[in-house]
Design a protein around this ligand. Structure first.
Ligand code: P6P
Length: 286
């Protein structure tokens, strides 16, 4: 039995994302140029960002049960009809790593409400990692599964993926001088206990936590208290994965999934990892 062949709409969406990601990966070789465009968050787009976004939009909206396709690369959701599911994506997260040939990823969230939606409206989420091999993590029904996307059909690598009890790595984004004092104090504690692993593309930085345990953060900054990462396309889907994997998420003040959805490209501080570390973080940011 190949994965995603139950005939359910969620399986169809997951199969579409898995299948389209192989086209995205193939295109990375050609699309390394910087485009003249910027995304709604004001970030310069790579040609690969634009191509990945167009590939996923076409593929996802071909499903009549998908009502909208929303993307970090587009100002507004693209309407596809009256489908009950709404797919929000960061089509190519970490594309600045393309020039340096570091890992990148695709992030997705399947919501039951049109974004901007609550993280509690997610019925599936996950990410594709374009690493040495291409894999896909999916969280649904409170369980996380890891798939290999290198063959004709996705293959299950691991079911019921959970964070290991003993954390070993950490990765904190943003500029250290711009970290608030309370986060800086917390970071100084953590760096005495865990090994630094930060590569500048969140998907690679958080995927390793599912193997080694630890914590990832892109905190609120002195000059940008909301931080950098987008709630609909990054914070909610990744929080959904980590909470399904027995870990925790936090904006610094409770689960990311409980953050009020105000606008499509709103940012929120993002911390995910082992629950004990997230508890310590929240105590430190009080
Ligand atoms: P910085 C990539 O652009 C991204 O959105 C995330 O994948 C990553 O965690 C973060 O930004 C890196 O930001 O400021 O460390 O370059």
């Amino acid at each position: 039995m190949t994965p995603f062949d139950s005939g359910s709409t969620i399986d169809e969406i997951l199969a579409t994302i898995a299948d389209t990601s192989s086209d995205v990966r193939e295109g990375l070789v050609e699309d390394r140029t910087v485009s003249a465009e910027t995304n709604p968050s004001g970030e310069t787009q790579m040609a690969a960002d634009i191509r990945a976004d167009e590939l996923f939009e076409d593929a996802v909206l071909a499903n009549d049960d998908v009502g909208t396709y929303a993307s970090e690369e587009r100002a507004d959701p693209i309407d596809g009809g009256d489908g009950a599911y709404h797919v929000a994506m960061d089509p190519l997260d970490g594309s600045s790593n393309l020039r340096s040939n570091n890992a990148m990823g695709t992030i997705f969230g399947v919501y039951t409400e049109r974004p901007p939606a609550s993280g509690r409206d997610l019925v599936a989420s996950g990410f594709v990692l374009y690493g040495p091999i291409t894999t896909m993590i999916v969280a649904r029904d409170d369980e996380v599964t890891d798939y290999l996307l290198e063959k004709e059909n996705p293959q299950v690598l691991a079911e019921d993926v959970t964070l290991p009890d003993d954390p070993t790595v950490f990765g904190f984004g943003g500029d250290v001088p711009n970290w608030p004092e309370d986060f800086l104090d917390f970071a100084r504690e953590i760096e005495q206990e865990l090994k630094l692993r930060y590569g500048g593309a969140m998907i690679a930085d958080i995927n390793q936590l599912l193997t080694y345990g630890g914590i990832f953060a892109y905190p609120g900054l002195k000059e940008k208290p909301e931080g950098k990462l987008r709630l609909q396309f990054e914070g909610n889907p990744i929080a959904h994965v980590f909470e399904a994997a027995g870990g925790a998420s936090s904006t610094g003040d409770g689960s990311i999934l409980d953050t009020e959805a105000e606008s499509l490209h709103q940012r929120a501080p993002m911390h995910v990892g082992n629950a004990e570390l997230i508890e310590r973080l929240e105590a430190a940011l009080d």
